[in-house]
Design a binder for this molecule. Structure first.
Ligand code: NAD
Length: 256
């Protein structure tokens, strides 16, 4: 379905980003990877699907590197058709203890980088009159939790940016949407499971049960594969009038 298209997925060396890269490659899209994880393993996994794959090490907290990532993708593959803004970090602390430099980093990586990629990628997409932008927000783009001020602010901002970009492209072949996952077991969440286990003096299994039990009624993690299938749908022709949505996949979290 996506043969001949090029997908750039930021933060795609692990977790959700890698799952999205694999799902888009499975449909035939060439892939530009980015992130600080195991580059060779990610490259091999995507390349195994028979598509062209490359890697760019842009730091998403640096606007000049973000723009260079988009330009390098266009130069390498002849255009950029599918932009997935996925890179993200987390820090958990009450506001009065929240380090200002962590606030700045989370806002830069989880929110501002998406503005910079969009700004750089939209002209090419509009010129070809086809494009798909998928912003990986979170349930925390729709509701809040304690101790996640920067993350919740950034993800709410990302949902807002998604809506504006969708309106500005509404009469074109470019669509812009957000996906809002609940808990997904990735390195980012494993740290929170470990912290919970330590704080409560319980093992990992019990900490996981408590974490899910608090917020996610399905009591099951959303998986990168499931998110990949949703991203593939958003890239399809059937989804061309899905615009400006913040699409949940959260086991019932925001239905409560
Ligand atoms: P992860 O830690 O596995 O992956 C994050 C990716 O971003 C990694 O590839 C990492 O190298 C990359 N990254 C971090 N800082 C970067 C930087 N400065 N420049 C470039 N790349 C950078 O985490 P994940 O859980 O897969 O998270 C992916 C996205 O999904 C994030 O935006 C996160 O907020 C969002 N999300 C995750 C969950 C969850 O439960 N795991 C839920 C909702 C939303």
């Amino acid at each position: 379905m996506l043969k001949g298209k090029t997908a750039l997925i930021t933060g795609s060396t692990s977790g959700i980003g890698l799952g999205l890269a694999l799902a888009l490659a499975q449909e035939g899209a060439n892939v530009m990877l980015n992130g600080f994880g195991d580059v060779e393993a990610a490259r091999a996994a995507v390349g195994h699907l028979g598509v062209e794959v490359d890697y760019h090490g842009a730091d998403m907290s640096r606007p000049d590197e973000v723009v260079d990532l988009v330009r390098a993708t266009e130069a390498r593959f002849g255009g950029l058709d599918i932009l997935v803004n996925n890179a993200g970090i987390q820090h958990v602390a009450p506001i009065q203890d929240f380090p200002p430099e962590r606030w700045d980093a989370i806002l830069a990586i989880n929110l501002s980088s998406a503005f910079h990629t969009l700004r750089a990628a939209l002209p090419g997409m509009l010129a070809r009159n086809w494009g798909r932008v998928i912003n990986i927000a979170s349930v925390h783009g729709q509701v809040a939790s304690v101790n996640k001020s920067a993350y919740v602010a950034a993800k709410h901002g990302l949902v807002g940016l998604t809506k504006v970009a969708a309106l500005e492209t509404a009469t074109t072949g470019v669509t812009v949407n957000a996906i809002c996952p609940g808990w997904v077991l990735t390195p980012l969440v494993q740290k929170q499971v470990d912290a919970r286990a330590q704080a409560d003096g319980v093992d990992g299994e019990e900490a996981t049960r408590r974490l899910l039990g608090e917020k996610q009624p399905s009591l099951a993690f959303t998986t990168p594969d499931q998110l990949g299938a949703l991203a593939v749908f958003l890239c399809s022709e059937a989804a061309k009038n899905v615009r400006g949505q913040a699409w949940g996949m959260d086991g019932g979290w925001t239905a409560q």
